[in-house]
Design a protein around this ligand. Structure first.
Ligand code: MMA
Ligand code: CA
Length: 240
């Protein structure tokens, strides 16, 4: 029985092998073969089953080799206008500076001309300040008004050099000058027009001595100061 079983098994294997390899073995052959081994014949193949459901997606494959370089793309749209370069900005500035230097030169020449004219007419200048005789005589109030009408103030020397310039005018006109200083507001405290206290004085010996009777200041031809009544007539010098 064991040998018969082995033989049956071998025959069956043989028939399956031939069928799979030839594909044309007839059923007759298999019938004969089976008759020899006394086994049942396998039935004909069933009809094809229904199509199975789609399987799950497989795992991603390995990365393929690098492809060849693609063609050059078409040109993109025009970008926004860029900022001006530093050199581009400096070029017009350079010509503007040259033009300004020319204008400054012209103005300086003009200023020099006016300066000569002013000095010729008797004005005195110290740094950027000008002293000009506006009237041969006037009271303190008249002097303030005359200078104010000319866009200036009654002269107020603020240092020794300015005082010296006024002294020269006093000498040239041989008249004392009213300064733009008084103690009308606060007796005993002399102030400039703007209310500031004095930064420079050149009182003569014993001055000021007039109290409430002498609230203004005259500048002598020697440059010294004397407090004096405001209603005298003195040389009117404006400061610009
Ligand atoms: C005058 C008058 C005064 C001044 C004295 C100086 C007599 O008064 O000008 O203001 O102080 O002279 O001597
Ligand atoms: Ca006095």
């Amino acid at each position: 029985m064991l040998l018969l079983g082995i033989f049956q098994f071998l025959m069956l294997a043989l028939s399956l092998t031939v069928a799979s390899e030839e594909g044309t073995i007839t059923c007759e052959f298999r019938k004969n073969a089976c008759n020899i081994v006394s086994c049942g014949l396998p039935g004909q193949d069933g009809s094809q089953g229904p199509k199975g459901e789609k399987g799950d997606q497989g795992r991603p494959g390995k990365v393929g080799p690098t492809g060849i370089k693609g063609d050059l793309g078409s040109m993109g749209p025009k970008g926004p206008k860029g900022e001006k370069g530093e050199i581009g900005e400096l070029i017009p500035l350079k010509s503007q500076i040259t033009a300004l230097q020319g204008e400054m030169r012209t103005l300086q020449d003009l200023m020099q001309k006016y300066r000569k004219v002013m000095i010729l007419l008797g004005a005195k200048t110290v740094d950027d300040k000008w002293f000009v005789v506006a009237a041969s005589e006037g009271t303190f109030e008249e002097g303030k008004r005359i200078c104010s009408q000319r866009g200036a103030l009654l002269a107020s020397p603020q240092n020794a050099r300015e005082n010296r310039a006024l002294q020269e005018l006093a000498q040239e006109f041989n008249r004392n000058i009213y300064l733009g200083i008084s103690d009308e507001k606060i007796e005993g405290t002399f102030q400039y027009h703007n209310g500031q206290t004095l930064s420079y004085t050149n009182w003569a010996n014993g001055e000021p001595n007039g109290g409430t009777k002498e609230n203004c200041i005259e500048l002598y031809t020697n440059g010294q100061w004397n407090d004096k009544s405001c209603t005298e007539k003195r040389l009117i010098v404006c400061g610009f």
